[in-house]
Design a protein around this ligand. Structure first.
Ligand code: BDR
Ligand code: CA
Length: 311
């Protein structure tokens, strides 16, 4: 039986690749819906981009639900400086023909979690939809088997402030609700995603698939790469969000440790920091499997092979 999942996302080129990977794995993953949130770009664009990816993958049967257009407490910050004006610059795909579902993403998450005990949540953006869902319906924490998220950083520090990674920094209050919820969490921090770097050969492998999806992925990654290469002098771009889906498909690609993780919500200096008790220095119960290692060759092989199955 394929595993039932909801993907909560703010596409973003790396979110878009994660969506394509999930849609290319129908035997393992039963995507019950895609929920969008404001993050990399405003909500209207993240929703539009999710619809475009669903259509590109030939899966317009999967509904896209628009969610929160701003964080729970703080003002929205976006990242066009990384992702371009549309959020998926470089994709060069036609505008969507379909429209989002009528239901609000938060309502969809609550209803689906209650109706599907044992569901898995995948979050690829700020945790606003999940935090709001938990605030409105704390009982859903008991129905979610696992929540796998891209966010945070510990040994690597942050990418938005010296202390904080973008997804957590944008909505630390929502992140604190998720990390305090008791849900079984798996976290893909920058420590791991900064080891999943694109290269010319890896991008060419997508283009060489000779499909519309392969061309869109190659185009998006070529656009996305330029920020990290210029900013940090790296060889390529970190493919953050697809690590979440890859973890569901092939957990052996990754390794990590169960730890206590708490979110800073008080200090402006370290706002949104994921404080990881890696060395077990407190007596606090571990609440999260913090991933620390990746086999990047296997990760890119999985991505290319699966995206090669799409139109
Ligand atoms: C995260 O922030 C966004 O820019 C990416 O889509 C990813 O989810 C990395 O910090
Ligand atoms: Ca994202």
């Amino acid at each position: 039986m394929p595993r039932p999942i909801i993907i909560d996302t703010d596409p973003g080129q790396d979110d878009a690749v994660a969506l394509l990977l999930a849609l290319a794995a129908p035997e393992e993953l039963d995507v019950r819906g895609i929920t969008t949130v404001a993050g990399n770009v405003p909500l209207e664009l993240t929703t539009r981009n999710a619809l475009m990816m669903v259509e590109l993958a030939g899966r317009p049967d999967i509904a896209v639900y628009a969610g929160c257009d701003r964080p729970m407490v703080r003002d929205l910050i976006t990242a066009e400086y990384v992702h371009g004006k549309t959020g998926i610059d470089g994709a060069d795909t036609p505008p969507p023909r379909t429209t989002p579902a009528d239901q609000h993403a938060v309502e969809f998450i609550i209803e689906t979690c209650r109706a599907t005990p044992g569901i898995t949540l995948c979050t690829l953006g700020p945790l606003t939809n999940m935090g709001t869902a938990l605030e409105q319906a704390p009982d859903i924490a008991g129905t979610i088997a696992q929540l796998v998220l891209m966010g945070g950083g510990f040994f690597e520090g942050g990418n938005t402030t010296p202390a904080a990674e973008f997804n957590i920094y944008v909505d630390p209050q929502a992140a604190a609700l998720v990390f305090g919820s008791g849900i079984d969490l798996v976290m893909m921090p920058l420590d791991v995603t900064h080891r999943a770097l694109t290269s010319d050969a890896r991008v060419d492998a997508f283009r060489d698939l000779g499909t519309a999806s392969g061309a869109a992925v190659a185009g998006m990654l070529e656009f996305f790469e330029r920020y990290d290469m210029e900013r940090y002098g790296t060889e390529g771009a970190p493919l953050h969000d697809p690590t979440v889906i890859a973890y569901l498909l092939e957990p052996g690609i990754f390794d990590g440790r169960r730890c206590r993780v708490d979110i800073e919500t008080a200090s402006e200096l370290t706002m949104g920091m994921t404080v990881v008790d890696w060395w077990g220095l407190t007596t606090d119960e571990p609440n999260c499997f913090v991933v620390h290692q990746i086999d990047d060759e296997r990760f890119f092989a999985l991505l290319t092979e699966r995206i090669g199955l799409l139109p």
